[in-house]
Design a protein around this ligand. Sequence first.
Ligand code: THU
Length: 127
Amino acid sequence: MNHSLIKKAIAMRKQAHAPYSKYFVGAAVETESGQIIGGCNIESSSYSLTCCAERVALFSSLAQDEFPIKALAVSTENGGSPCGACRQVIWDLCGEIPIYICDKNGLTKETTSSALLPGAFDQNFLK
Ligand code: THU
């Protein structure tokens, strides 16, 4: 377990743009090259356009050419876990990786991408 990854996810809550829900979420990914890249939730007044912290971190990592991703951490006020949409994107982009779920103070649960999305649909069905 990488403490810097968890610290970054917790710190990223400060960047959250969540004026509607006021549910501030931070996330961070660790890449194979050892980089740690953060993300936060960014909400829209047209609520469904909101992007979760996990996806912002994942997409930022790819946009910086930092790939593969080997771990992800997410931090919320109360230890909330990734939503269904993020579970799919984590599986598609990362495959099987450890996921660290944190509240505002630290780690509350360690899991994996396959445990969060059993029986996933993925690229293998598209061949
Ligand atoms: N949210 C995340 O950023 N990640 C999750 O896994 C769950 C939900 C955000 C979306 C929205 O801005 C707020 O939390 C409330 O749903």
